[in-house]
Design a protein around this ligand. Structure first.
Ligand SMILES: Cc1ncc(COP(=O)(O)O)c(C=O)c1O
Length: 559
């Protein structure tokens, strides 16, 4: 070696190292800039923050005036609250008794009943205003509880109920008959599996199908396949989007460990497209088209309704345009574009989001309603993306099994679902679907406005969310007034009302009447009192102050 060149070699190596560091830094900065500025957009920070928030509850004296309302308003609220409490105990005794018993050993029920409302109010609400967790019967668009009370079903079985509960009952009955001779034999397929594959290929426009037991599992497998095929590590999800409860798609609050191979990017953002264009470790992009109703926000539950900042507005054209741009970037970069249509599939259009927004994905995940009333998750995709082994590397496989995959009863119920989907009666539901439901939302909003009630609804077809217009700490109370009027919501409360397509105009009018009556009663009881100075910001500031005071009690004592 000629040592005269040693300094030069050192400079060259140093420059190369610097260039690599700069490129990495640029990429890192690009990634940071593509995050949504909210806490939801910063999964790790959100998890850390969640571990710092201390528990505290309002006692009776504070519960009715957490916003410093004057005594007469607090008294009206107290009267309204205990009137509801009495009504619930008189009207729902059996439902409430069984709920209290079951709650003891059912952590799922403990969770949902605790997180119906913001945690500061939860203990008092649970003590006096429990909600029955049981139902006995369903018919049309109604549910009947253990005490014989009938409710309009706005919970929609978490989105499964697209076509009305009677429809699924028929699917289940047919499925029993169809596979009764084979029974619950697993491993060998019932011929109905082949029929479903054929139908799903035609419906989705793809040429391969994979059956799983839940939406969560199907998402897991779709991502695994994308990683296997591309040999890249990371998945991209958009801020706020729900894709089931598997760790990699739930990097924020709710998951005890960090998801290290997930990027959470801002929805509808040029900066996110930039990241997709430049990074080389992205295997797939997951899209939940339901986010079009509230981009970059979590599914709106009443437990986080601490003020009136919840917003929602669906812009079909803008979201469709965004999906087209995503499509282009993913095609350019060899990134697998996955539509997670577990929620919206078959609901917004028969051909789902692909048809509705006019954009083709590389894989589509269905679930919920497609099972015809039974649990399921399905991936439809391009054959080359769905293959679980390589011809040239026999040991390099992408393993995915599942004892109950392609269960005969599920497959037969799915077959019934897909068969009836083509019937004239069901087809009629999809004619002018958006027009019908947008008109219904607009009609309800008109009535709310005429009655000078501080709320309105926003909708993506039959999926609705309630938004509040006067800054308030008590909007979550509406779910109890709605219950009293015979409207059944899921545990997430007014964040998500889900209608089935078989709601007639008369059914809907009855719901609207009850909705307005519930909101009017809530207003009369003073829950929406505002001193004219309270804003959403001031409410948040106040809650933050309370939180800090409970986290650092000594600090408070020293003041
Ligand atoms: C878009 C989306 N993906 C995945 C899932 C998970 O499906 P499952 O609850 O069947 O596991 C859900 C459930 O709500 C969902 O809405």
């Amino acid at each position: 070696m000629d040592w005269r060149f040693a300094p030069l070699a050192g400079y060259v190596l140093g420059a190369a190292a610097l260039a690599i560091v700069l490129v990495k830094l640029k990429s890192r900065i690009e990634l940071s800039r593509a995050k949504h500025p909210s806490l939801t957009g910063h999964a790790r920070l959100a998890r850390r923050f969640a571990t710092l928030v201390p528990a505290y509850s309002y006692d009776e004296s504070r519960f009715f005036c957490a916003d410093d309302a004057p005594a007469e308003i607090a008294a009206a609220r107290r009267e309204g609250f205990f009137r509801l409490s009495q009504l619930f105990h008189e009207r729902f005794p059996r439902s409430l008794r069984l709920t209290a018993q079951a709650r003891e050993s059912l952590p799922d029920l403990q969770f949902t009943s605790t997180y119906r409302v913001p945690f500061q109010f939860s203990r008092f609400v649970n003590q006096h205003l429990p909600i029955g967790a049981f139902m006995e019967a369903s018919s049309g668009v109604m549910l009947t509880d253990l005490d014989g009370n009938r409710f309009y079903d706005l919970a929609g079985s978490y989105g499964v109920n697209v076509l009305g509960t009677d429809f699924y009952k028929a699917c289940l009955e047919e499925s029993q008959k169809r596979v009764a001779r084979l029974g619950p034999v697993l491993g060998p397929y019932h011929p109905v599996v082949a029929a479903n594959v054929k139908r799903l290929c035609a419906l989705s426009g793809f040429d391969a199908v994979s059956f799983h037991m839940s939406g969560t599992e199907a998402v897991m497998q779709a991502v695994r396949l994308a990683r296997y095929l591309t040999r890249r590590s990371h998945l991209v999800r958009f801020c706020g989007a729900y894709h089931g409860w598997w760790g990699d798609v739930q990097p924020g609050v709710g998951n005890p460990v960090p998801a290290r191979e997930t990027y959470t990017l801002a929805d509808l953002s040029e900066r996110s497209l930039r990241v997709l264009r430049h990074r080389r470790d992205i295997a797939c992009v997951l899209v939940n088209p339901l986010q079009a109703l509230h981009p970059n926000a979590n599914a709106p539950g009443d437990s986080t309704l601490i003020d009136s900042a919840r917003g929602a507005r669906f812009d079909r054209a803008a979201y469709g345009e965004w999906l087209k741009r995503l499509r282009t970037v993913c095609s350019e970069r060899g990134i697998v574009l996955i539509f997670d249509e577990v929620f919206v599939g078959f609901r917004i259009a028969r051909g789902g989001a692909q048809e509705y927004f006019g954009v083709e994905a590389d894989m589509v995940i269905y679930g919920k309603t497609l099972g015809g009333g039974l649990p399921v998750g399905v991936i439809c995709g391009r054959k080359d993306l769905m293959r679980r082994f390589r011809d040239d590397r026999p040991l390099d496989i992408c393993f995915a099994r599942g004892t109950f995959n392609s269960h005969p009863y599920v497959m037969a119920a799915m077959d019934a679902f897909l068969t009836h989907l083509e019937s004239p009666a069901i087809s009629a539901f999809y004619d002018g679907l958006d027009k019908t439901w947008n008109a219904r939302a607009a009609a309800l909003n008109r009535r709310l406005e005429e009655a000078r009630l501080p709320l309105h609804v926003a909708n993506l077809s039959t999926i609705w969310t309630v938004c509040y217009t006067t800054p308030s700490r008590y909007n979550w109370m509406l779910q109890y007034y709605l219950r009293a009027e015979g409207l059944a919501l899921s545990w997430v409360g007014t964040g998500r009302l889900i209608f089935s397509l078989n709601y007639t105009q008369a059914d809907f009018d009855a719901v609207a009447d009850r909705f307005v009556a519930a909101a009017s009663a809530m207003q009369r009881d003073g829950w929406w009192w505002n001193d004219g100075a309270t804003t959403n910001q001031s409410i948040r500031r106040r809650v933050l102050q309370e939180t800090i005071a409970h986290r650092f009690p000594l600090l408070q004592a020293r003041r």
